[in-house]
Design a protein around this ligand. Structure first.
Ligand code: NAP
Ligand code: MG
Length: 402
């Protein structure tokens, strides 16, 4: 069979530890035999980030801006232990944070569903995608613990020297105070990325906040979403037969619980942090969760939602064959290839990526799976295999399909 040809290269962002090993296996076993893979390669393995003083991360993000689609392997975000372990000259920042800042993107997380792996919420038949605003609020908050009687004020200082002040609270005893913020620019980018992604996925979009209580802060989120929707997306949504709904966060939670899934739920930063863990837990496993970063101008970066699986990597280094789940990493690749195929109008590439996803799901359905999935599967013939074993089985299924 002739290999599928590509036009524009995919931005390939390699990473660390166990996921770096999986990355290589997926390419060699499931992609390169079938596709004349064209990529622009960036090594975000921690050693090379150190060698380039993290310039490689910036270059990778700029390549996605230029080429439109990237696929990223999980990477180590250094902490004090990693600085020692890798002899780093600096505690380099989270690559995901750097890339997100350059692309001004929003992260959408979506579970991969397989029959025979039942959701803990029986009504959920289709995946629920969580879009989390990744800037501000609690995560950039400043806080005080007050020890005794005092008056806490919120003060705005303007460039002309004037000020505006509100009393937060007159404390009679000890307590706590917090100041949080967001910017219209960031909220607008978030809104655009959500509308863009809903159109791309052809799914309804729900956005929730608490504007009844927070009449300025949360209300601004609601207003900006509505303004941007009316001005830029309303017609496209009508044409695509999809809907945008704003609702209070409490109502959203009730609606989601009763829904069959199959929608995108846009959440403020804290809500998204909490709700994405709830959705991941309900659908089973982080290893079955994909994640895509979408910029407001329509660039896409696909990745797995989990980390570099350090514990398994140390076993692997000792020569132990691990049973680490490669599905989320594989689906990052298929997501990127499908998008590249769509943009470059290469139907064979889109079709191949879809077939590879089907082959993966069929293989799991047959009961061949990694260790993490065993407790989640209701298949009486389930069988635990190694990472290499699962990849080989997927290849077998794929070849029988092609
Ligand atoms: P992790 O790599 O996601 O792993 C945590 C645990 O979850 C693993 O020990 C394993 O449980 C289970 N797990 C995760 N992915 C799995 C898979 N594919 N197959 C089977 N089990 C899986 O998180 P972490 O240990 O907190 O972080 C490790 C490194 O990853 C850190 O250096 C962190 O900075 C980095 N990280 C990167 C990203 C990213 O690049 N997107 C995201 C998160 C973390 P058991 O040990 O019980 O088998
Ligand atoms: Mg969380």
């Amino acid at each position: 069979m002739a290999k599928i040809q590509m036009k524009t290269p995919l931005v390939e962002i390699d990473g660390d530890e166990m996921t770096r090993m999986i990355w290589k296996m997926v390419k060699e076993e499931l992609l390169e035999p079938f596709i004349d893979l064209k990529t622009e390669y960036f090594d975000l393995g921690l050693e090379y980030r150190e060698n380039t003083k993290d310039q490689v991360t910036v270059d990778a993000a700029n390549a996605i801006k230029r080429l439109g689609v990237g696929v990223k392997c999980a990477t180590i975000t250094p902490n004090a232990d990693r600085v020692k372990e890798y002899n780093l000259t600096e505690m380099w920042k989270s690559p995901n944070g750097t890339i997100r800042a350059i692309l001004d993107g929003t992260v959408f997380r979506k579970p991969i569903l397989v029959d025979g792996f039942t959701s803990f919420v029986p009504t959920w038949k289709e995946p629920i995608t969580i879009a989390r605003h990744a800037y501000g609020d609690l995560y950039k908050g400043v806080e005080f613990k007050v020890e005794g009687p005092c008056e806490a004020e919120l003060v705005i200082k303007k460039p002309d020297g004037t000020t505006e002040t509100q009393t937060i609270h007159k404390f009679k005893g000890a307590g706590v105070v917090q100041g949080i913020h967001n910017t219209n620019e960031s909220i607008s980018s978030f809104a655009k990325a959500c509308f863009q992604f809903a159109l791309d996925q052809k799914q309804d979009l729900l956005f929730s906040a608490k504007d009844t209580i927070s009449k300025k802060y949360d209300h601004t989120f609601k207003d900006l979403f509505n303004e941007i929707f009316d001005a830029e997306f309303k017609t496209a949504f009508e044409e695509g037969g999809i809907q945008y709904t704003y609702t209070l966060i409490d109502d959203a939670v009730a609606r989601i619980m009763r829904s069959e899934g199959g929608l995108i739920w846009a959440c403020k930063n804290y809500d998204g942090d909490v709700m994405s863990d709830m959705v991941a837990a309900a659908f089973g496993s982080l290893a079955m969760m994909t994640s895509v970063l979408v910029s407001p101008t329509g660039e896409f970066e696909y990745e797995a939602a989990h980390g570099t699986v350090t514990r398994h990597y140390y076993q692997y280094l000792k020569g132990v064959q691990t049973s680490t789940n490669p599905i989320a990493t594989l689906f990052a690749w298929t997501g990127g290839l499908k998008k590249r195929g769509e943009l470059d109008e290469i139907p064979e590439l889109v079709h191949f990526a879809e077939q590879l996803e089907v082959a993966s799901i069929e293989t799991l359905k047959k009961g061949i799976m990694t260790k993490d999935l065993i407790p989640l599967s209701s298949n009486p013939d389930k069988q635990e295999v190694t990472t290499a074993g699962l990849i080989a089985a997927i290849r077998g299924t794929l070849e029988s399909m092609l």
